[in-house]
Design a protein around this ligand. Structure first.
Ligand SMILES: *Cc1c(COP(=O)(O)O)cnc(C)c1O
Length: 388
């Protein structure tokens, strides 16, 4: 029998990381000591008090049954409390908070709730690939908003043609930003709310990195802007903040009608997040935030070592104020893939080519601060020996 792949899979963008994965495996097999700055996955363990809460919760048979579709009430109350303390934003836990099985799950399902066949979504580029792929899966089309250094990696809303804006149903945004490390301030979010109102566009703000910021900087929530809740929702994740990527726990907050639609999609696809994990989530959000402060300090030190090292060899990345990514321009004469290959073949360092996140990412590589300071020092030493 011939196995037919669905058209939507054939329309997926090419997997640019395949070549790197292959090369990396080859080098590891040869015994090369590979330094992996490729993946955005925290290297440090989940804090103990969160693990202990999972252990006790998992022993309680009440957590063994199907969870509620929209999430445990106590977890959603805990999210509302965290938003109040952290951002001064008041949320109705039952209507304005939805538990997710990781924020990627919610981001991927959102277009099914608000996009019709042929509708446009405004998608930043370079970006986390989920926004574009989820739009495709829902039968929509992406209009890419380039993120460029001269605009501090913010989309230029004035450059979006009015006929495109009128056709658009949804806009994805993500600050602090993966992969560029850029941040957004109040004036930008105010322009977004105004734009969304004018063209009746739903805003989906991915805020996975608000807690990973340095030098005392505290990124804001999109929902702090007056009128934001009328046009959009925000996605948060426990993955990066509490080193919980493997646990799969996140949430969406904001506009109750959008969340109702997303909840409807989810209730027909999944059956909610394991209650014991939501109990652990409560421990994370309500417990001491000292562990988060420690992580910020660790990433900040790593950032400083990497940025100083890159500057010494003549590269010119902006030091990120937030996220654990350094978005480094390639040296003259190298495109993203060339430089990624050079780093891998000649220095055993895995990085991600900027072009893999979308065409406007060409000319950059992304380096993740997910190895120890000592390993970053080692990486910097190896880069210094290269000639480019
Ligand atoms: C890591 C990341 C997430 C978080 O995904 P989870 O599914 O919550 O683990 C979301 N958005 C971006 C941009 C990310 O980099």
């Amino acid at each position: 029998m011939k196995i037919i792949k669905a058209e939507r899979l054939r329309r997926l963008p090419p997997y640019l990381f395949q070549e790197i994965d292959r090369l990396k495996a080859e080098l590891v097999a040869k015994g090369v000591d590979v330094i992996n700055l490729g993946v955005g996955d925290p290297d440090l363990p989940t804090p103990d008090h969160i693990i202990r809460r999972l252990q006790t919760a998992a022993e309680d048979p009440e957590t063994h049954q199907y969870p509620s579709y929209s999430g445990m009430n106590d977890f959603r109350v805990s999210v509302a409390g965290w938003y109040r303390r952290r951002f001064g934003v008041e949320l109705d836990p039952l209507r304005e908070v939805l538990t997710l099985i990781g924020s990627k799950e919610g981001l991927a399902h959102l277009p099914l709730a608000c996009i019709n066949q042929g509708d446009l979504a405004l998608v930043p580029s370079p970006a986390y690939p989920v926004y574009h792929v989820a739009t495709l899966f829902a039968g929509g089309e992406s209009f890419f908003m380039p993120l460029q250094r001269e605009n501090r990696f913010l989309p230029d809303l004035k450059a979006i043609p009015p006929d495109v804006a009128r056709r658009a149903r949804l806009m994805f945004l993500n600050y602090p930003n993966n992969p560029t490390g850029a941040t957004a301030e109040r004036d930008f979010y105010e322009r977004v709310v105004e734009f969304a109102r004018e063209y009746e566009i739903l805003v989906c703000h991915d805020a996975a990195y608000t807690e990973m910021a340095f030098d005392g900087y505290r990124p804001m929530s999109f929902l702090e802007i007056p009128g934001a809740r009328e046009v959009g929702i925000e996605f948060q994740s426990l993955s990066k903040t509490y080193n919980m990527t493997g646990w799969r726990l996140g949430f969406a907050v904001g506009n109750a009608q959008i969340l109702e639609g997303l909840g409807q999609v989810k209730s027909n696809i999944d059956s909610g997040a394991f209650n014991a994990i939501q109990h652990a989530g409560i421990a994370a959000l309500e417990g001491s935030q000292e562990c988060v402060g420690r992580m910020r300090q660790i990433y900040q030190e790593r950032r400083d070592v990497l940025i100083a090292g890159l500057k010494k060899v003549g590269l010119d990345p902006d030091p990120p104020k937030a996220t654990f990514y350094v978005w480094c321009p390639t040296p003259k004469g190298y495109n993203s893939k060339d430089f990624t290959s050079l780093l891998l073949r000649e220095a055993g360092i895995v990085t991600t080519p900027g072009s893999g996140f979308g065409e406007p990412g060409e000319g950059y590589v992304r380096m993740a601060l997910t190895v120890t300071k000592e390993r970053i020092e080692e990486a910097v030493g190896r880069i210094r020996k290269l000639s480019f």
